[in-house]
Design a protein around this ligand. Structure first.
Ligand code: UFG
Length: 327
């Protein structure tokens, strides 16, 4: 496959690009570097610095490199920021996505896989969450992802696109040579690891009055390499002619509370992590745990690294080796 990864300088895109390259595919990363890092781009990938709002440049890039499949990962991903700056989220996640679909139409590219999110469900009616469950986002981040999913469906029908939406639960962990790096960092595991390393003062727990087993939010953490593998399976399915795929991606089970993640991280790092209790963060759902039976059944996906200790260990190794360069 000849794949363009928008947002390929970001966390998940940098891991996916390397996995695609290892399997012999050709990868073009298209990224404006507003949130990603040039040095995160896979060394063997072609890099094009561009904005997804630039339809003309996108179409030129798609044509010039004879792209047959697009993985659309470029976008804004921070729940709290989205509540404060909804217009920015609509512009990047919705208008940017539509610009990409228009460019694909201009260039005759028919296959697209979209990075969606568990945040489309909002506060779920039941857990584990199934793909057909009600979508009721509790923040502009989830709302803009859901809006684009709906647009993708109608564009797909009108223009004969082959589409896949993968709704990620909480991506975590790292590959040997690529991993999570956000500035500023807002995600739980890298923030706890920073506190463990001493480069951040403490971890603040956002609320301990949720209706969960210890009062803190429950999330479903999935290793980024398992996530990447699901993308490759979905891209192969689109190449076989599948049309409108939608899958949840998580490990299921009981999930982990924020307090449990902190305990696992302390054990893995052998460090004491200073913890501060704080108020709830706007837009957070109490429990998000995936039902991922559909992708297991239909594409044969199976997560290989479900143990949270193993996930945190890989993130810890990556952070010390590549990000903060500490022993
Ligand atoms: N949390 C804290 N303290 C922090 C950071 C996070 O207590 O300093 C809590 C959050 O309140 C939440 C949990 O840790 O309960 C996880 O928070 P993250 O910010 O790491 O991730 P989210 O659960 O907010 O994930 C959401 C979507 C995902 C999406 C992700 C992208 O649900 O689908 O944002 O940023 F991929």
């Amino acid at each position: 496959m000849n794949v363009m990864v928008t947002g390929g300088a970001g966390y998940i895109g940098s891991v996916l690009s390397r996995q695609l390259l290892k399997q012999g595919h050709v990868v073009t990363v298209y990224d404006n570097l507003s949130r990603g890092f040039r040095e995160s781009v896979a060394p063997q990938a072609r890099f094009v610095q561009g904005d997804i709002l630039d339809r003309g440049y996108l179409a030129d890039t798609l044509r010039a490199h004879k792209i047959d499949s697009v993985v659309h990962m470029a976008g804004l991903i921070a729940v709290g920021e989205s509540v404060r700056e909804p217009a920015y989220y609509y512009q990047q996640n919705v208008t940017g996505g539509l610009s990409l679909l228009d460019a694909m139409n201009d260039a005759g590219v028919k296959r697209i896989l979209f990075s969606s999110t568990a945040a489309v469900y909002g506060e779920p009616q039941r857990v584990p969450i199934e793909e057909t469950d009600e979508k009721n986002p509790t923040n502009p981040y989830g709302e803009t992802k859901w809006t684009f999913e709906k647009a993708l469906r109608w564009y797909g029908e009108a223009f004969g696109l082959h589409t896949a939406c993968l709704r990620y639960f909480n991506a975590a962990g790292a590959a040997d040579d690529a991993g999570e790096r956000h500035e500023p960092e807002t995600h739980l595991i890298p923030l706890i690891l920073r506190a463990a390393l001493g480069v951040a003062p403490a971890i603040t727990v956002f609320g301990d009055d949720f209706p969960t087993r210890d009062g803190t939010c429950v999330r479903d953490y999935i290793h980024v390499l398992d996530l990447a593998h699901a993308h490759i399976l979905a891209l192969e399915a689109l190449a076989r002619g599948e049309k409108a795929l939608v899958y949840n991606l998580g490990c299921g089970g009981e999930g982990y509370t924020v307090k449990e993640v902190i305990e696992v991280t302390k054990r893995v790092t052998g460090k004491d992590v200073p913890v501060v209790m704080g108020p709830r963060r706007a837009g957070d759902s109490a429990v998000l745990v995936a039902g991922s039976e559909k992708i297991k059944r239909e594409l044969g996906w199976k997560p290989q690294r479900q143990d949270l200790g193993q996930i945190v260990e890989s993130a810890w190794t990556f952070m010390r080796k590549h990000q903060f360069k500490t022993p």
